[in-house]
Write a protein that binds this ligand. Structure first.
Ligand SMILES: C[S@@+](CC[C@H](N)C(=O)[O-])C[C@H]1O[C@@H](n2cnc3c(N)ncnc32)[C@H](O)[C@@H]1O
Length: 406
């Protein structure tokens, strides 16, 4: 039943300001024809040296999230007041004993859903102590999937990056998520669950070439009661996504450790789908390792003194890793994305801990000239798999670049 919006927001205020019981609050989305000053804000209590603070993390489409720790008292009250006045379309507030979800309707009223819960497991976060998990490692979902401790950590760390960049879909259609090279689908299930708690409707599709994995994952999704999570047995570059009547574009593409050039296939599909957000943690990088070896044997030398970097096989291997991901990031930027290359989890949990985090810009315009990209591949004598897969798109960008003739 719709409620008066200002009364419903008033009811959130004490929940957000009680730092002994608040687990977290999230303001996100936008009201009809209005734009909040940031895309999303996350609030949670943190224990720092000076005592307990309210931590506010604001995220936007451009640039990294901004964090502010506000002391309890008038400053926190003022900050919460200002945030409640922002025209966010949704509020999600979790305390130790309840979860309140508020959605602003097209008519400017509030739909409020409140459920009882018991979160006695959650202690206020401290920067020096335990971090709060997005999906706790003891979540029964992980046991049902058979994920070990390292995989649970990887998935949680991956979700943190996803949380920082995911955007709500256009009104009236579900958020569409595709996990390419999903394997046993730990990430697919976890992302579907986590996103499903935040957005009205989420449809997730896992793709893997292995039919036995797809069969297992499909069975588990049915057992766990997740009808909007489905799986397709196919290679990434040929996968056909099942389309429901209300399915639109692909919003979010995930690829966690898809082998070698399967990551390139995933990135190429994401670009062609014009996915809003792409998160890909690459696995092995054999393609450019082979190409560097072949180029060296054929007498190709990068400009002096960089030939030294390919003289020793182990260094050549490591250089290929860096070169592959540098080229991928560069190509994504040329094709309209804003790409960051970051470590998504501590290397103790996996040495394959690099993440390409790409968000499609509003205009889809290249981020910079293609010149550095061309110089890079020419210097090393390589033709990256992604450039081959997206040959037409790359050629179109080069043709349109005012520096192309220089
Ligand atoms: C290292 S596993 C990672 C699985 C999962 N993403 C995870 O992190 O647990 C790589 C998966 O990619 C799949 N794969 C490799 N190449 C593929 C391709 N071209 N198309 C579809 N799946 C592929 C493999 O079958 C395997 O399940």
């Amino acid at each position: 039943m719709p409620h008066d919006l200002s009364e419903a927001l008033d009811a959130l205020r004490p929940l957000l300001l009680d730092l002994d019981t608040l687990v977290r609050g999230i303001g996100s989305g936008r009201r009809r024809n209005l734009a909040p000053s940031c895309r999303r804000v996350d609030l949670r209590p943190v224990d720092l040296r000076g005592g307990r603070f309210l931590q506010l993390v604001t995220s936007d489409d451009d640039g990294p999230p901004r964090t502010r720790n506000v002391p309890v008292g008038p400053e926190a009250e003022e900050a919460v007041e200002a945030l409640l006045a922002e025209p966010f379309g949704n509020w999600h507030v979790e305390t130790l004993d309840r979860i309140v979800q508020l959605r602003v309707t097209k008519r400017g009223q509030a739909q409020v859903h409140s459920t009882r819960t018991s979160r006695r497991d959650v202690a206020p976060s401290s920067h020096d102590r335990v971090r709060q998990h997005l999906l706790p490692p003891d979540d029964p979902l992980f046991s049902a999937l058979g994920a070990d401790a390292d995989k649970r950590r990887q998935v949680d760390a991956f979700l943190r990056h996803l949380a920082a960049v995911v955007r709500p879909p256009e009104p009236g259609r579900p958020l569409r998520v595709v996990d390419l090279g999903c394997g046993n689908a730990y990430l697919t299930f976890a992302a579907h669950r986590w996103l499903g708690d935040r957005f009205d409707r989420v449809r997730t599709i896992g793709v893997d070439v292995r039919a036995d994995s797809v069969e297992r994952n499909t069975r588990l999704a049915a057992e766990l009661g997740m009808p909007d999570l489905s799986f397709v047995a196919s290679s990434i570059d040929e996968a056909e996504l099942p389309a429901g009547p209300d399915d639109g574009a692909v919003d979010l593409v995930l690829a966690l450790h898809a082998c070698d050039t399967a990551t390139d296939q995933a990135l190429a599909r994401a670009v062609r789908w014009r996915a809003g957000v792409v998160l890909a943690a690459p696995c092995c990088h054999h393609d450019l390792q082979r190409q560097l070896t072949v180029a060296r044997s054929a007498g190709h030398r990068p400009p002096s003194p960089f030939g030294v970097l390919t003289r020793h096989p182990i260094l050549r291997e490591r250089l290929a890793d860096v070169l592959t991901d540098a080229v991928r990031a560069e190509l994504l930027d040329l094709l309209g994305y804003r790409t960051e290359v970051v470590e998504f989890v501590d290397s103790r949990h996996t040495p394959r801990n690099v993440l390409l985090r790409a968000v499609r810009s509003a205009t889809g315009e290249p981020r910079r000239s293609h010149r550095e990209y061309l110089d890079l591949v020419t210097a090393w004598g390589v033709r990256p798999a992604l450039a081959g897969l997206l040959g037409d798109e790359v050629a179109a960008v080069l043709a349109a670049d005012p520096e192309a003739g220089r």
